[in-house]
Design a protein around this ligand. Structure first.
Ligand SMILES: Cc1cc2nc3c(=O)[nH]c(=O)nc-3n(C[C@H](O)[C@H](O)[C@H](O)COP(=O)(O)OP(=O)(O)OC[C@H]3O[C@@H](n4cnc5c(N)ncnc54)[C@H](O)[C@@H]3O)c2cc1C
Length: 433
């Protein structure tokens, strides 16, 4: 038996904190089950920021179930592939996009995070069972027990719900309030990633260009579908003084962070100076300490974590967005199996039982990642270049290509939930916008 709008019992009332990727995906599937969904977002509107994110394997199947595959394709960043370049900008290892194959770091479904977030919002915002409240984060979780969860919003309103979902990202406030610090492990990968947008120049191309400067610095430039270029700088601080400076910057404001980035970029070669010159005028500036989140348990009474809030895997895995999408599908699917009025704990347990093994596997990174891509010395860089060039040559062999894992394959076997196989309910006017 499943939750039913036609039942005499009221529908499940769910509050989602965070309108990024996980939040709106969950809202979409919950609305199909007849739940009443409220999404609260800290920002005044959907954040347009963020660079390329990957939609891999089973996440593509979930996007297809939502009827959004064509919209995702329309937002393609137009990237032709990934290439490693030398200080003069000459490529020495090319990985062009190959349909359906994982032979390149660029996938066929290359989409900007901000475009994907907007698309998921568009697909849910007009559904009669979904309400969005922007600029209205949760100020306090007042109580959370077996019967209900009560929150105070930033506008002073106090409201209660059957379930609160923390989909508010890697630094989740809800997680901090509802789970003891000892139950949350933050695994620091010793790396920082900084993203910003710069004007496109006539000499730019449509590849993801990756340049390794020495001293653990890496610069990349890639195209977007909006006529600008997306710059990324990643860095692994060395020595206690440097580490301390970056740790402090991650708690500081944009000015402090930008000043540190400029200092480190100075003299890095290739187009480093162009990035420095454009930084202060950039409309966006996203600074991230690359850290994984590992929780002992994803739920506590009527609060459950989803996406980066529960299991941020880092961009090094290329799987943050896919975990958020598939996790939302599984959580909504398990909730759809509840009897009307039933306590959600059975569904929360089932979500974690089904999805945790895949999450744990995804979070495993080889010991040499990310240091292999951040050479300190010239000989380390020469070694990496020889390695990357050989891999590119091998990956171009048709027989090897045919043996590679296919991006469309289901990497996590998706449970089938009868409520999701129905025709679309209430989405007709929004999905195609
Ligand atoms: C601005 C931004 C830029 C990003 N850029 C990249 C990128 O370039 N490359 C990459 O690989 N990953 C990027 N990420 C992370 C990536 O989106 C996630 O790893 C992944 O998609 C999982 O999505 P999520 O919905 O769990 O978290 P997120 O996408 O981080 O979404 C969390 C949402 O919660 C909102 N939020 C935060 N705090 C609160 C609060 N207290 N109350 C209410 N809402 C709150 C945020 O504004 C955001 O909308 C970015 C995230 C953000 C927020």
């Amino acid at each position: 038996m499943s939750t039913d709008v036609t039942s005499s019992k009221p529908p499940l009332r769910v509050l989602i904190s965070g309108a990024g990727i996980a939040g709106p995906t969950l809202a979409w599937f919950l609305a199909k089950t007849g739940a009443r969904v409220t999404v609260v977002e800290k920002s005044p509107s959907i954040l347009p920021h963020g660079q390329n994110v990957d939609i891999q394997g089973s996440a593509r199947v979930v996007i297809a179930k939502m009827g959004l595959t064509d919209r995702v394709r329309e937002c393609n960043t137009t990237e032709k592939g990934t290439r490693f370049i030398d200080p003069e900008g000459r490529p020495f290892a090319l990985f062009p996009v190959k349909k359906g194959s994982s032979a390149s770091l660029t996938s066929e479904y290359e989409i900007l995070r901000g475009d994907l977030a907007a698309l998921l919002y568009q697909a849910t915002k007009d559904h009669p069972s979904v309400d969005y409240l922007f600029g209205t984060p949760i100020k306090e979780v007042v109580s959370n027990d077996a019967d209900r969860v009560e929150v105070r919003l930033s506008n002073g309103e106090v409201r209660d719900f059957d379930l609160l979902v923390a989909a508010d990202g890697q630094w989740s406030k809800v997680r901090k309030q509802c789970f003891p610090p000892a139950s949350v492990e933050v695994v620091d990968k010793g790396m920082y990633a900084v993203y910003w947008t710069i004007p496109r120049l006539p000499g730019d191309n449509d590849w993801w260009n990756i340049y390794q400067a020495l001293g653990s610095r890496l610069i990349t430039l890639r195209p977007d579908p909006h006529g600008t270029i997306r710059a990324m700088f990643t860095f692994m601080p060395r020595g206690e003084t440097q580490k301390q400076a970056w740790r402090e910057a991650s708690r500081g404001d944009r000015k402090t962070r930008a000043s540190l980035v400029k200092t480190e970029l100075a003299g890095a070669g290739w187009q480093a100076q162009r990035l420095v010159d454009a930084l202060d005028q950039a409309p966006d500036f996203y600074f991230q300490a690359v850290q994984q989140i590992k929780m002992a348990r994803w739920s506590s009474a009527r609060v459950v974590c989803l996406g980066d809030a529960a299991y941020a895997p880092t961009p090094l895995t290329g799987m943050g967005t896919s975990l958020a999408i598939v996790g939302a599908y599984v959580l909504a699917g398990e909730l759809s199996k509840l009897a009307a009025g039933e306590d959600p704990s059975r569904a929360l347990d089932a979500y974690e039982r089904a999805f945790r093994p895949f999450v744990e596997e995804t979070q495993k990174l080889p010991f040499f990642v990310p240091s292999i891509a951040h050479p300190v010395t010239a000989w380390q860089r020469r070694l990496f270049r020889a390695f990357a060039a050989s891999v590119a040559r091998i990956a171009a062999i048709p027989w090897v290509l045919s043996r590679l894992h296919h991006d469309d394959d289901e990497d996590f076997p998706l449970p089938r939930y009868p409520r999701f196989e129905d025709r679309e309910e209430g989405f007709a006017s929004s999905a195609g916008k």
